[in-house]
Design a binder for this molecule. Sequence first.
Ligand SMILES: O=C(CO)COP(=O)(O)O
Length: 254
Amino acid sequence: MGRKFFVGGNWKCNGTTEEVKKIVETLNAGQVPSPDVVEVVVSPPFVFLPVVKSSLRPEFHVAAQNCWVKKGGAFTGEVSAEMLVNLGIPWVILGHSERRALLGESNEFVGDKVAYALSKGLKVIACIGETLEQREAGSTVDVVATQTKAIAERISDWTNVVLAYEPVWAIGTGKVATPAQAQEVHAELRKWLHANVSPEVAASTRIIYGGSVSGANCKELAANPDVDGFLVGGASLKPEFIDIIKSAEVKKSA
Ligand SMILES: O=C(CO)COP(=O)(O)O
């Protein structure tokens, strides 16, 4: 299997030049496990990608927070997958719930984006997750399976995909999923991949958790067998991100 622990930092729409410099300094000074144990990817806003890429320690990588669904052209305000490749940006986050909810990105649109980005050689952190209403209605597994299906139907190779389960009710709310809640959905997703894609893809695809992950709760979450890492929002802007990266050690000793 060998699913390497993955910790992503999604900076969202935050940061000034000065703040970005400070965050990078903190990341560069942090004592973290070796890249054999944990893969670290930080995702600043587009405008800061070049400076972060050039100043960040070399074993950490960068991700864009979005890209356009097809080849660039007359799409004002968009950034294409080709541009990210041209700048040497290896990763992109797609389908974040904030974009799904606020910008109306549908499952199909996200699936198309994932397929296009992969076809251009980008690695993709694909986000899925249910709202509170959906969870309370008992449809969590259906919702995340439908979101995953829209991706699975459009791609044939999962090697460069990390699936980020981010329950919407846990994002930016301080209300983290319990380790049992996270494990349950991750296990269901792996089961879905096993049945609908392949046993190999189910065994090798990293499924990471996002939603109010902090230095205080990361170890307990990381201890779950199907939690292969995190996508961190607010705490990725703070020094505690280093502690979250360190939670990879929990796997090593498991
Ligand atoms: O949306 C997230 C990461 O993509 C999670 O955000 P928070 O960690 O701030 O809840």
